[in-house]
Each structure stands twice: as structure tokens, then as C-alpha cells.
Design a protein around this ligand. Structure first.
Ligand SMILES: [Zn+2]
Ligand SMILES: [Zn+2]
Length: 609
């Protein structure tokens, strides 16, 4: 029997920070050449039916099906693209129905967007879903809630996924015109945006705080009293009953309290919701161990910096007296903070090095010496290779200033450099032949890697540079057509052998690695659609077989009952067949058969399809 399944999709983009699930699924489908949303759903949830409603609405689904493994994306990262962490903060069940109730009136059912953000980021952030966010603080413009060209509303995850385009008119949403926010309203929009970012992102210890809603309610009450406002006053502004505000402050019937009331109440008080949360959290978990470690790490970094030492994990941990470096792998928050620290550090040292290099160049000029990579590297006590490998901006700076730019030096035959080039050329050619024979996809990087060199290094030699140009990574149309033919042959072969048809099997048969597919969009799309079609056909066939078998069993059951002189009822047949009547009636032929036998007088509208 032939099996059709995917172990993995060929391309796995990961969710971007704050990205919504619908946006991520759109990108995933697009990257893998899946032209229809349904195809992605069929891959992820071959047996489930709930799929579209939850996934297209960014709610956490009861299960992510095969999505995590197909996309190589851990479930926590997928959950972060939904309203899951919002539910945790308000002590709600992440059950989509309950969550939808808490969020009713807060969310837009279709896409709202900032054209400039879309242009710069290339995805839809989850916070655009909130109607209470009217604009983008970064670009100081209002969010649009329809296509800027034809005015149509845009589905969050259209049946033909294409990020940044209007499914109705095909217009580019990034080119939509939008209105500027008045300066007086900017602070309010910015505050709201930060609140929402805080709410949808994971925060340390957010689950462990049962009873948090009570504490938050108390905070609201305290702020209201500081502002000398009455419950009835707040209620009239929010257009709810005073009892609603009372219960919100009590935190008692919070399960019916809507999120938008919290946001609006905070706005009336002029405080940010994230401040209320932050000031409420320590009451319940005075010092979360994670936060303690974080504070220690930040202190440690400051001290190491003061001592003018290199900031390494070891140095910081030694200083703060923690001897287990696994805390970095245990907590994603600590890891993220550490990466941030290291990045800042790198930017700073890079700037320092850039200044030093500039000084070195000036110095060489003043001395009337030639500016070369080696000379500059010597002056700043660093090897030319380190500059090239670890400090590209500095390397670029020196290249711009050096007196003998690349390619201007003509190697003279007989001189060492010329000989070295001729020698290297032979090795490059031999490597290309070897790689071709092994069926490895030829690229400059692959060739250089095999030779234990860098492609930039190889391209310093003018003749080799010309040779390598042919392998700059972009497959030609001809390459793709050839590969497509090979793939078609391999598919036919696999089918003839009744072997399982997977991307891996096909790539092995053709002799390329599955990851190579990303360079061949047409082949990739063809392969995926082909496998999906086969899978569908296979399922239909299986169903037909099962139906035929059931018809036979029902007929047998009927014969048994009639032979035994019993009364022919639906329940009796179901019992004999061992299936529920609902299950049986899913098969049209069985349904018709039952109808004809049990209600011969009613054949017609009731039982017909
Ligand atoms: Zn923006
Ligand atoms: Zn449009």
C-alpha cells in the first residue's frame, strides 16, 4: 500500500516577535508554495474539523496537530502567537470559547494594519487585532481596517494566503495611504500599544498567580480613590452598570468581566494596565527566583564592565556566586536578557574598534605609509583574519580606505601570488568535479567549505572569482526545469514500486537534500501539491472501501434480524454492526440503505441526499 505523509515542510520560517498565528500560518503556507489555506490545514490536522475557526482567529486551539513538527516550531512559540498569555494573566481558561467571551467586543474579526510596519516587518503583529489600539505609535499613523485601494475588509487568513496583499483587488497593502495621528493623541496610542504588548507576551510567573484578579481589582479601587472618582461615574463613562465596576474591583465574578473594561477603566484613571499588573504581581510572589537571578546577573554585568573585563557567562556567574551555567538554558527570559546584554556589548566594542581603526588609518596616512589591512590590523593589535571574520564593519572600513583596492593588483607570472592562484585554481576545479559527482548542490560556500576556506577569501584571486561567479547561488530556470523532470520521473518510479511518497524519499531518489528545495520554488510547489492530491485520493479510496464493507455488514445484520423473526429497528442494526447511527449515516450509501429498509414509506425527501 502506498503511504503519503510529510515528516516536515521543506521551509520553516519561525514566528517573529509579537506575530499573530494567522500571520505566521500565512507566511508558512506562502514559503512552502501552498496556494490554498486548506492545504496547510489538511497537513496539520488530517482528522480534525475545528481547525479553521480557532487558527484563523488567533485563539489557542485545543491542539496544534502536526504544526509544531511540520514547521520545526516548538509549541510554546506557537502559543505565544495566540491570546494564550493574555488568558493566563487574567486567570482565564485558554479554552477558545471562554476566551472569545472575555474578548468579545475587543477584537476586530478582520485585518487592521499599519502600511509602514507591514513594509518594514513583513508580518502582522497580534496587537493589531485589538480595536482599542487605534494607531501605530512608531509611524504615528492610524491603523487601516480595509484595503487602501478598493476598501474591502481583509480576512486574517484568506483562503489563498498572501501576506500584505488584498485578496479582492490584489492591491499591495504596504502602499495604502493612511492618516497621521494628531500629536495630542500620540501618548495615549503609545501607552495602549505598550499595554497590549505586555498583555499578549509571556511574563515571568504569570500562571502561578491565582487570585491575581482580586489584587488587580484592589489596585483599580485604590487608584479610583486617589483620583476621587465614584463607581457610578466610572460606570457611566464605560457604559456599564455600577455593579459591573463593583465586581471588577472585587475580582469576584471576573469570569464574565470583559477585557475591554479593564483597558477602558485604566484609561479613565490615567494609569497603564501594565503598571497595575507589575505592582500587583510582587504581592503574590514576593521574589520570584527567576527575577532574583536576573537582578543578580544585571549587577554582575555592571561590575565586570567596571573592571574593564570581557563580559562572559563565566565571569558574571563567578562574580555573583552561581556555579551552574545551566540557568541560561533553563529560563528563556534569562537567555533573552543575556543575549540582549551581549548584543549591546558587541555594538559598543564594535564602535570602539571602528574608532581605533579610523585612528590607525589616519596615523598611517600621516606617516606616509600605505594603508593595508595588515598594517591597520597590526596597529590595533588584531589579526587581519579576525577583523574579516568577526568584525565585518571594521573590515569594510579598512577596505574602503586601503591604497590598493581589490583587483587593481595584477599578479605577475612567476611571482608567488600568481603561482598560488594557479595552484588554487586547480584545487577549486577538482573540488567542483568532486562535489558534482557527489550530487551536492554547487554554491560558492559549498566549494569554499570543502576546501577549508571562505568564499570571500577565494574571490580575492581574480581568475577564481570569475570561475566562482557561475555558482553564486541562484539556480537558473533551466536548472529548475531539469530538476522538475527528474522529480516527476522519481515520483512515477516510487508510485510504481508502491513505496511511501515523502519529500525525503523523492529527494533521495533524485539525489538532492530536502533543504535544497528552497532554491527551487516551482519544484517545491509541484511536489507539495502532488503529495497532497495523492493523499486526498488515497483517503477517498479508503473511505469508499470502508463504505462498501459497511453496506455488506448492514445487509448481513438485516438478514440476521429477519431470519430471527425480530423487529427491524435502527438500534438493533447499529448494535449488530457495532457502530452508532450517527457514525453509520456519515456514509451516504449506508444511510440510504437504512432509510429504505426502516422507513420504506418515507423514501424521498427525508432520506435522500
Ligand atoms: Zn507602523
Ligand atoms: Zn483591495
Amino acid at each position: 500500500m502506498t503511504l503519503y505523509h510529510f515528516d516536515t515542510l521543506p521551509i520553516h520560517p519561525q514566528p517573529e516577535p509579537l506575530e499573530s498565528l494567522s500571520s505566521y500560518l500565512t507566511r508558512l503556507a506562502e514559503a512552502n508554495g501552498l496556494r490554498r489555506r486548506q492545504n496547510l490545514f489538511r497537513l496539520c490536522f488530517p482528522t480534525e474539523h475545528y481547525r479553521s475557526t480557532y487558527l484563523t482567529g488567533d485563539f489557542p486551539p485545543p491542539s496544534f496537530g502536526y504544526l509544531a513538527s511540520l514547521a520545526h516550531c516548538p509549541e510554546p512559540a506557537l502559543l505565544a502567537t495566540t491570546f494564550y498569555h493574555l488568558a493566563c494573566k487574567f486567570d482565564r481558561s485558554p479554552n477558545p470559547t471562554a476566551l472569545a467571551q472575555c474578548l468579545s467586543g475587543s477584537l476586530s474579526p478582520h485585518l487592521r494594519y499599519c502600511p509602514s510596519c507591514l513594509h518594514e516587518r513583513g508580518y502582522y503583529p497580534l496587537i493589531w487585532r485589538f480595536l482599542s489600539l487605534t494607531g501605530c505609535p512608531e509611524h504615528r499613523c492610524y491603523l487601516l481596517d480595509g484595503c487602501g485601494h478598493c476598501g474591502q475588509r481583509i480576512p486574517l487568513l484568506p483562503s489563498t494566503p498572501k501576506l500584505g496583499y488584498c485578496p479582492a483587488c490584489g492591491g499591495d497593502l504596504r502602499r495604502s495611504q493612511t492618516k497621521q495621528i494628531e500629536p495630542s493623541r500620540l501618548a495615549q496610542v503609545s501607552n495602549r500599544s505598550q499595554d497590549l504588548v505586555y498583555l499578549v507576551q509571556p511574563q515571568p510567573g504569570e500562571w502561578a498567580q491565582a487570585g491575581l484578579t482580586q489584587v488587580i481589582g484592589q489596585r483599580f479601587s485604590q487608584w479610583r480613590q486617589i483620583r476621587r472618582l465614584k463607581i457610578s461615574h466610572i460606570a457611566s463613562i464605560l457604559e456599564v452598570s455600577p455593579a459591573t465596576i463593583y465586581y471588577l474591583e472585587e475580582g469576584t465574578t471576573h469570569r464574565t468581566t470583559k477585557l475591554r473594561w479593564y483597558l477602558e477603566y485604566a484609561a479613565v484613571l490615567g494609569v497603564s494596565l501594565r503598571d497595575i499588573f507589575r505592582s500587583s504581581a510582587p504581592k503574590l510572589s514576593p521574589q520570584s527566583p527567576e527575577q532574583k537571578v536576573l537582578t543578580k546577573i544585571r549587577d554582575g554585568v555592571a561590575i565586570v564592565k567596571q573592571q574593564q573585563k570581557v563580559i562572559t557567562r563565566r565571569a558574571v556567574l563567578d562574580l555573583i556566586g552561581i556555579d551552574n551555567s545551566s540557568i541560561f538554558t533553563m529560563s528563556p527570559t534569562i537567555r533573552a536578557i543575556w543575549t540582549e546584554i551581549k548584543e549591546q556589548e558587541r555594538d559598543q566594542s564594535e564602535q570602539k574598534l571602528l574608532d581605533l581603526a579610523q585612528q590607525a588609518i589616519d596615523h598611517l596616512r600621516q606617516q606616509g605609509q600605505a594603508v593595508s589591512l595588515k598594517a591597520v590590523a597590526n596597529l590595533i593589535s588584531c589579526s587581519a583574519e579576525t577583523l574579516h571574520k568577526s568584525h565585518p564593519p571594521v573590515y569594510e572600513l579598512v577596505l574602503q580606505h586601503r591604497d590598493t583596492p581589490l583587483g587593481s593588483r595584477r599578479p605577475v607570472p612567476g611571482r608567488p601570488k600568481y603561482r598560488r592562484e594557479a595552484e588554487l585554481m586547480t584545487r577549486v576545479q577538482a573540488t567542483i568535479i568532486a562535489l558534482e559527482r557527489e550530487g551536492v548542490r554547487l554554491s560558492q560556500e559549498a566549494i569554499a567549505k570543502r576546501m577549508g576556506r571562505t568564499s570571500t577569501g577565494l574571490k580575492c584571486y581574480p581568475q577564481i572569482k570569475i570561475l566562482l561567479q557561475a555558482y553564486d547561488g541562484s539556480p537558473t530556470r533551466q536548472d529548475e526545469t531539469i530538476l522538475l523532470k527528474k522529480v516527476q520521473t522519481a515520483l512515477a518510479q516510487l508510485e510504481a514500486n508502491e513505496a511511501p511518497i515523502t519529500i525525503k524519499a523523492v529527494s533521495q531518489a533524485v539525489g538532492f537534500s530536502a533543504s535544497t528545495l528552497k532554491y527551487y520554488p516551482q519544484v517545491r510547489a509541484f511536489l507539495i501539491e502532488h503529495i497532497l492530491e495523492k493523499k486526498q485520493a488515497h483517503r477517498t479510496k479508503q473511505r469508499q472501501r470502508r463504505e462498501a464493507e459497511l453496506v455488506k455488514r448492514v445487509q448481513q445484520a438485516i438478514a440476521t434480524v429477519q431470519a430471527g423473526d425480530g423487529r427491524l429497528t435502527q438500534r438493533l442494526i447499529c448494535e449488530l454492526v457495532g457502530m452508532s447511527s450517527v457514525g453509520l449515516k456519515r456514509y451516504p450509501q449506508v444511510k440510504r440503505l437504512l432509510g429504505q429498509l426502516l422507513h420504506p414509506d418515507r423514501v424521498g425527501p427525508l432520506w435522500s441526499e
